[in-house]
Design a protein around this ligand. Structure first.
Ligand SMILES: *Cc1c(COP(=O)(O)O)cnc(C)c1O
Length: 370
């Protein structure tokens, strides 16, 4: 089987360093929020071009704490995309605010600024774009819309660490940004982890307090917060991996370029990179109106094609009582029916890349009319 991602190769290539880093933590006796977490926060802030980074328990918690840190709560509306992982909207619900969906741009799968403009109302407090599949959302248009109306921008960078717009890294552009270190993300820990990044000292300070039970000074609680601390073992592992991230991004981009060459004219729509952007290819996602047939054909050839995501958020059962209907966000619904992600990870060998290309081409030759 050629899997969508394979995590053991990365560990094998860094095993000595990772094992040594983990053993040092075990011997140190300091397991939660210690020197590795502090150093990781500094190194990630440097990497992103952000003044502050605060490590937390997961990407989901990063979203929740970021929204809480800018005082989003009941009565507030947050405009986001219906074509994302569920956690994006779940975090909005978790702080008591209301997710308002705006449709996506069918070319980039990211939120369409024109739909956002139409969705802005008197209660809109935040625009929350997702850099889906590692492809940057249209931050220029979105920040312009937000700034003109005093609305905050919270970036969901869970799939996009290292992605750039005109040389600027995502996460350094909006008011506050959220990252995930879930193992399968482009920078993955060996467990859960996440981070909030921001240029604003007051937001960073508030997240530091919220992640530790709303206490800036231990046992003196200013508000009701969370237990959302990153542990030292995960931080130590991430610090071993971070210097390799750029190389892994280059490898993903090389694979994407090879897929593009191999799949040109193969009857699938290839991913689009807007000019001036650097996509980090968390996924390489193609689309076709015969998606399920393509997926079945790839699986029969031993290739794991995966649908991210089969049900747009407004049609999820969890939102069934909100009056959403099929047809409300046609671009997102069509993407959910047509998108298929192909195997993509930095260590994917050439022969396996070629096997993926061949399998798509074989499907196209037999399934599509000439
Ligand atoms: C993975 C992901 C999250 C959640 O991150 P976790 O670390 O799994 O909590 C949020 N948003 C998007 C777009 C994601 O892909």
């Amino acid at each position: 089987m050629i899997p969508i991602t394979r995590l053991d190769g990365q560990y094998a290539s860094l095993q000595r360093e990772i094992d040594a880093a983990v053993l040092r933590v075990l011997a140190s006796g300091r397991f939660v929020l210690g020197t590795n977490v502090e150093a990781l926060e500094y190194e990630l802030a440097q990497y992103l071009g952000c003044r502050h980074a605060v490590a937390v328990n997961s990407g989901t918690d990063a979203l929740v704490l970021a929204l809480r840190a800018i005082d989003i709560g009941p009565g507030d509306e947050v405009i986001t995309t219906p074509f994302t992982f569920f956690a994006t909207a779940e975090a909005i619900e978790a702080v008591g605010a209301t997710p308002v969906f705006a449709d996506i741009d069918p070319q980039t799968y990211t939120i369409d600024p024109r739909s956002v403009a139409a969705a802005i109302g008197p209660r809109t407090r935040v625009i929350l774009p997702v850099h889906l599949y590692g492809n940057p959302a249209d931050m220029g248009e979105l920040t312009a819309l937000a700034r003109a109306r005093g609305i905050a921008v919270v970036e969901d960078c869970a799939q996009a660490i290292g992605a750039e717009i005109n040389g600027q890294r995502v996460g350094s552009i909006g008011d506050v940004a959220c990252f995930s270190f879930f193992p399968s993300k482009n920078l993955g820990a060996c467990g859960d982890g996440g981070m909030v990044a921001t240029q604003h000292a007051d937001i960073a300070q508030r997240v530091r307090s919220l992640r530790a039970h709303g206490a800036e000074t231990k046992y003196y609680h200013d508000e009701f917060g969370f237990n959302s601390r990153l542990d030292e073992i995960q931080a130590a592992i991430l610090r071993v991996k971070l210097p390799h991230l750029e190389g892994w991004i280059q490898a993903r981009r090389r694979i994407a370029a090879r897929y593009r060459d191999g799949l040109a004219g193969a009857g699938v729509v290839l991913p689009v990179e807007r000019s001036g952007t650097r996509c980090v290819y968390h996924q390489f996602t193609v689309r076709t109106d015969r998606r399920d047939a393509l997926r079945d054909s790839l699986w029969a050839a031993g290739i794991e094609g995966v649908v991210y995501y089969p049900v747009p958020l407004h049609l999820q059962r969890a939102f069934r009582d909100r009056g959403f209907r099929v047809g409300m966000f046609p671009a997102a619904e069509s993407a959910a029916n047509q998108a298929l992600s192909l195997p993509m990870f930095p260590e994917l060998p050439h022969v396996e890349q070629d096997a993926v290309v061949d399998a798509v081409r074989v499907w196209a030759a037999t399934a599509l009319p000439a």
